[in-house]
Write a protein that binds this ligand. Structure first.
Ligand code: URP
Ligand code: ZN
Ligand code: ZN
Length: 474
């Protein structure tokens, strides 16, 4: 017996049409009008939207002081069926062993959604760089390097970023970069703190737009010199987004994403009284409203390709986590929860407000993230052969985001008080009902690793684009 989702308004990144979806086992096996329901369980989706389960390509469990997979059911309740998590590389352990160990010790038997893993270069040395080409053998097709976080084990110098870019191309691994100028931030932070400017409102002053714009441009130049694709994560502002757009338009394989909070919140949140601004401390910082407006334009015009949550629910939440920086903003652990609210914010404030189309919503929240991670069309698509990861979405629901509905494990909600229009009435993960109207109905540990394939989205037409560039320059 299969399952038929009947008469839903199916949204893909290119189309919208009313049809039935037949699921057998874990896969979509047919899509069409008036499919024969005999012998199948039927879910009536008339008047509802049906779209692929969300893919959140960038979030953090068990790193940056964050909670782990015991809270990952929050993703499913918010309509996200696959999460992309970054694996810390302990000193002296190879990238590939880090992935194997992490999966065994922190993920297996604990993950509720499906997950795709990305590497992080944290022990930069020739052996680590040489191991980048082996990442696809453990189902990993992307690896992040941090130009920020001076003095922390995450930070790498340009030397290692450049070497990683050169190596990555040999095996089709996508290098993701956190682009902020670590040295300048370090100097500005120390100066502000020395001047007694220690409240959260000074956080954005310690990491101005130019620190991100400069590092983004530098990373782009390095990718050009290395002749490799590049993906810039959590882009926050016009200058950085323009650098990515312009490089792409010149024919380089340079791409980027932004995050929900850079579309929903601005730097005024950091000045909230009673230390509440600390809730919004994340890297790079929230920006002025003009940049927020530009981020909407950037995703709408396709200059940035995806919207991730960069979910990072700090252990201890606000009271016991964020308050570690009560007397010094530089000690506030960065990051905020958001995986549960990402689709709701993008629908309510993007689609419902006419900022993006329903197709664009699916493109930036589901399909493109799956492509970027190397897990498309298994994930991020409603098509025959794809995993039956499906959201039946009731657009008529009206509610307000509140910590009381949050499953993030934190004691605060980044989007507290924001409106929620629409709800993931039913969420299917590989054909199984796992969330219903804000409640988790699946089993912790049901999530499986999605094995990413190398030469993903950022490598598309890489050679052709280079030939075209060279021909134009002749
Ligand atoms: O503040 C943030 N974004 N925390 C997570 C780590 C990172 O840099 O992505
Ligand atoms: Zn980052
Ligand atoms: Zn992040």
């Amino acid at each position: 017996m299969g399952l038929i989702i009947k008469n839903g308004n199916i949204i893909t990144c290119q189309n919208e049409f009313t049809a039935d979806i037949l699921i057998e086992g874990e896969k979509i096996v047919a899509i069409g009008k008036d499919l024969d329901t005999r012998g199948h369980e039927v879910v009536d989706a008339r008047g509802k939207y049906v779209f692929p389960g969300g893919v959140d390509e960038h979030l953090h469990y068990n790193s940056f002081n964050s909670l782990g997979y015991e809270t990952s059911h929050a993703a499913l309740v918010g309509g996200t069926t696959t999460v992309g998590d970054f694996v810390v590389q302990p000193e002296g352990v190879s990238l590939t062993d880090s992935i194997r160990n992490y999966k065994r010790d922190y993920v297996d038997g604990k993950a509720s959604p499906d997950y795709v893993l990305h590497g992080i270069v944290m022990d930069p040395c020739e052996e680590t760089i040489a191991d980048i080409v082996n990442l696809p053998s453990v189902g990993v097709a992307a690896c992040k390097l941090f130009m920020a976080y001076k003095g922390m084990p995450y930070y790498v110098t340009d030397e290692w970023l450049f070497k990683a870019l050169v190596e990555s191309k040999k095996a089709g691994v996508t290098i993701m970069v956190h682009a902020e100028n670590a040295d300048v931030i370090d100097i500005l932070t120390k100066k502000l703190v020395a001047e007694g400017k220690t409240e959260p409102k000074y956080f954005s002053e310690s990491r101005p737009v130019l620190t991100e714009a400069e590092a983004t441009s530098r990373a782009i130049y390095m990718a050009k010199m290395a002749d490799a694709p590049l993906f810039v994560v959590h882009v926050t502002n016009q200058l950085a987004a323009e650098a990515i757009r312009d490089a792409y338009n010149e024919g380089y394989s340079i791409y980027g994403e932004t995050c929900t909070h850079y579309l929903m919140l601005n730097d005024e949140n950091l000045a909230k009284p009673n230390f509440e601004g600390a809730k919004y401390v994340c890297n790079p910082p929230l920006r002025p409203q003009s940049d927020v407006d530009f981020m909407w334009e950037a995703i709408n015009k396709g200059w940035l390709k995806a919207v991730s949550s960069d979910h990072c629910a700090i252990i201890g939440g606000f009271e016991k986590g964020k308050k570690k920086g009560l007397n010094d903003f530089s000690k506030i652990p960065p990051g905020s929860p958001g995986v549960q609210e990402r689709l709701y914010m993008m629908w309510t404030y993007g689609v419902e407000e006419g900022k993006i189309s329903r197709q664009k919503f699916v493109e930036v929240c589901c399909t493109n993230p799956a492509k970027i991670c190397g897990i498309y069309p298994q994930k991020g698509e409603i098509a025959v052969g794809s995993d039956a990861d499906i959201v039946v979405f009731d657009p008529n629901y009206r509610g307000t985001i509140s910590i009381k509905d949050s499953l993030s494990g934190s004691d605060y909600c980044t989007y507290e008080g924001f409106e929620q229009k629409g709800i993931a009435e039913k969420v299917f993960l590989r054909g199984k009902l796992v969330a219903e109207n804000g409640k988790f109905v699946g089993e912790p540990g049901q999530g499986k690793q999605v094995m990413a394939k190398a030469y993903a989205y950022c490598y598309e037409n890489f050679k052709e684009k280079k030939e075209e560039r060279l021909a134009t320059n002749e």
